[in-house]
Design a protein around this ligand. Sequence first.
Ligand SMILES: Nc1nc2c(c(=O)[nH]1)N[C@H]1C(S)=C(S)[C@@H](COP(=O)(O)OP(=O)(O)OC[C@H]3O[C@@H](n4cnc5c(=O)[nH]c(N)nc54)[C@H](O)[C@@H]3O)O[C@H]1N2
Ligand SMILES: Nc1nc2c(c(=O)[nH]1)N[C@H]1C(S)=C(S)[C@@H](COP(=O)(O)OP(=O)(O)OC[C@H]3O[C@@H](n4cnc5c(=O)[nH]c(N)nc54)[C@H](O)[C@@H]3O)O[C@H]1N2
Ligand SMILES: [Mo]
Length: 765
Amino acid sequence: MNDKLFPSLAHWGAFSARVAQGRVVACEPFVHDPQPSPLLRSIPAMVHSPLRVAAPSVREGWLRRRDHHRGANERYVEVSWDEALSLVGDEITRVRAEFGSKGIFGGSQGWSSAGRFHHARSQVRRFLFSGGGCVDQCSNYSWGAAHYLLPHVIGSHLPVTGKITQWSNIVDNTRLLIALGGLALKNAQVTSGGAGDHSTLGWLRACAERNIDVLVVSPDRMDAPAIARPRWLGIRPNTDTAFMLGMAHTLATENLHDKAFLARYCEGYERFEAYLLGHSDGTPKSAQWASAICGIDADQIRHIARKAAVSRTLITCAWSLQRADHGEQPYWMAVTLAAMLGQIGLPGGGVAFGHGSMNGAGYPRREGLGFPEMPLGTNPLDFAIPAARMGDLLTRPGETFEFNGKQLTYPTIQMIYWAGGNPFHHHQDLNRLAEGFRRPQTVVVQEAWWTPLARHADIVLPATTMLERNDIGGSTRDKYIFAMHQAIAPVGLARNDVDILRELAARLGHEAAFTEGRDESGWLHHLYEGARTAANRVDVALPEFDEFWSRGYVELPGPDKEFVLFDSFRADPETHRLGTPSGRIEIFSEAIDRFGYADCPGHACWIEPREWAGAAMAEQYPLHLVSSQPADKLHSQHDPGPVSRSTKVAGRTRVRMNPVDASRRGLAAGDLVRLFNARGACLGGLQIDEGVREGVVVMPTGAWFDPASDQVLERHGNPNVLTADQGTSRLGQGCSAMTALVEVERWSGEAPAVQVFDPPEVLAA
Ligand SMILES: Nc1nc2c(c(=O)[nH]1)N[C@H]1C(S)=C(S)[C@@H](COP(=O)(O)OP(=O)(O)OC[C@H]3O[C@@H](n4cnc5c(=O)[nH]c(N)nc54)[C@H](O)[C@@H]3O)O[C@H]1N2
Ligand SMILES: Nc1nc2c(c(=O)[nH]1)N[C@H]1C(S)=C(S)[C@@H](COP(=O)(O)OP(=O)(O)OC[C@H]3O[C@@H](n4cnc5c(=O)[nH]c(N)nc54)[C@H](O)[C@@H]3O)O[C@H]1N2
Ligand SMILES: [Mo]
């Protein structure tokens, strides 16, 4: 066989594509990766999938009548590239002329591919910005609440991006590791921008070897991998703030809190303490009080607090905690609790975010080392909505809302342009989103596959995958820069996103601003040289481009000194002031207090989520839905691939439930079940698991949205027909997907077939 190997990179790992007779036949993991992800196995089937968009396609109803009827099961007509680009170019020109740039929604949230030059979302925003601007999106679905809270409290949001105390430092120093939301290995498969070094498993093993007391607090025991020899506390979802308040109360009443640390490094502890002890509202937040809310025994809460006070303790919070109603509160409370323990800035102590959320969180790059990233330019419109508020944008034009101390108004969107994301994966309350998607005049999508988003578009432009183009990849959370070699010719009539946009820019008269005079090769050299120059400045020599390209990767040295979050602030808080107004940790924030938000007051506090076990609504919908990240894919990417398909039960997403809840409903393993609430309903395949806390069901995200035409039932198991589309609070306006109540029953009728894995009807040109 005359197979050839081509180095490449996905968010879930570096690999080499094996190509025979012009087809990708296998993906071989990067040789230096200690723990390659099994997700690589889906790539060949997906690249050559019958679900690839073969040619530019226009929805028949839009082409003939300009109708807005965007459903999930529409018919398309193939057109030539020239006709497709004329239609798109004319629409952009018309909408800009009639409504201005604020008529175009181009935030295009989504992970796209790992390559940094062909990163679709970056390119589409560059294109729209250089052509006059668009309504953009700020922050993301991952950590929206933290993004806007943490600068008020600790002066920066950077710790939530992965700049946190290094794993090696934890292994050497921590004695008690409290992981709220856990350390799930499923999540460690992925790093945004690509992972060459899957290291989390090794770090968890090292924790066990050092006899670190790893305490996983989560509704799902899967978040407590056995390799770390953890203890598991099955908490009620969305109640971590109460749990930590109970610990804080124990510290304060037993005089175990570090008064010297609070006085020197923090602002406003007294205001918080008045609340904690119940002086300001009559309710002491005792361990007993906390236990009734979070479902963890009061003695256990007290015991953990006492142990934390005498051990080197690190509290690390998964990002999921803040992807919930009032998601700002658990993060603020974790900082407050860590401040009371007085170990912030010490090796292996204090507070951190996301060690269990993504590979490489806790592996910061050496200070000063750059990585290849496309410049976006600036948006002339200078307007962005918080990422997760797009449902409101589309359904509430003209409405004013509050966001981190500002008032913004949703404009009326006439045109949506998307490349590199899937809102029918990532957004909440998808039935509402589908309604919002019918409002604009035109929806343009660049996609490689007939995803649920492509099926809701008027004009679908077929894009190449990473194996059909040359690129360069890397992440601040990984130690490599990777060359990505084109392995095969574009499939069907697919074009590179950047080439589609360049030709449109040429037709619209801003090609030079879009390309800056560089083609693919020019940009790859430019991006690599940027990283090389930055490295040179910190005395790290990287090889010339040609050597890098033929070797396929370069390895960058790790930090020269172990990274410990806030160590310099601790050493000298006057010189290394935090970026908060006081320069210190703000346990009470004047700035937030002045906003006057009842849903995010001036210090951390327990506010009941609108949906949780303690809500009145729980009588009708008694199960808390946890829609966590899927183990078998990245979001909705490659859901039709073999890895994802092999995990489905009865052809639908697996939903896990405690045996007590199952027997109460007369349900058995393998049953086809219907999950429902007032917002929607979907099918799932039942798995019974005593590692799921009673009162909770776990349905991971990622199933391609497959509504029956009446929209009453989603057939495939997409939990976002059940989640609520509401901001975390007026402060962060983040995604609050983890706050949803549902009921589950056996599906007794005939099982409706899943249809989203069949391509839509497409008429030849
Ligand atoms: N219920 C619930 N919902 C959630 C979450 C949750 O925890 N619970 N988590 C949220 C989070 S944290 C996130 S980050 C989001 C993720 O949401 P998204 O990032 O929108 O999800 P993806 O499935 O990664 O979408 C990427 C899309 O880009 C396409 N694509 C890949 N490469 C290319 C390319 O080169 N060119 C083009 N044009 N397209 C390409 C893929 O086919 C795919 O359709 O979901 C959010 N939604
Ligand atoms: N395999 C894979 N890995 C991924 C991704 C993927 O799609 N697939 N997505 C990546 C992305 S974009 C992101 S943002 C990160 C997200 O990282 P996280 O937000 O940390 O990931 P999740 O899986 O949503 O949540 C982690 C765990 O938190 C638990 N949990 C949920 N609610 C609560 C709660 O109220 N309290 C407590 N204590 N625990 C709770 C759930 O059981 C869940 O397994 O993951 C990344 N990693
Ligand atoms: Mo995310």
